[in-house]
Design a protein around this ligand. Sequence first.
Ligand SMILES: [Zn+2]
Ligand SMILES: [Zn+2]
Length: 106
Amino acid sequence: MTVLGCKLCQRFISVSHCPEGNPVALEDPEKWSIIFAECQKCGAYICDRCIGNSRECPVCGSVVKIHRPGDGFAAEFDQRFQEGFREIAGRSTDRRPFFSRLFRRS
Ligand SMILES: [Zn+2]
Ligand SMILES: [Zn+2]
């Protein structure tokens, strides 16, 4: 399971390959979010509680995309991650913004 953090609160975001969501995350909804928004512009991740019914990024105001377990995002994320890793291994710096975003802690 890939773990992201909500940009606005302390909840974790679970990116799971399970169609129903990761069981650990489902057991502790106070700490875990399985539905979340991804900003298409600044790349912020926002948990379902913080985004609510809004489809606007609270950071930059752009449109966000909502991800749910089973919508294929976990596979897409893995692929992005592997591509990023390969490029870093090949000493390309192109993917650095992606990685710094991924590991940044607010
Ligand atoms: Zn949140
Ligand atoms: Zn944004």
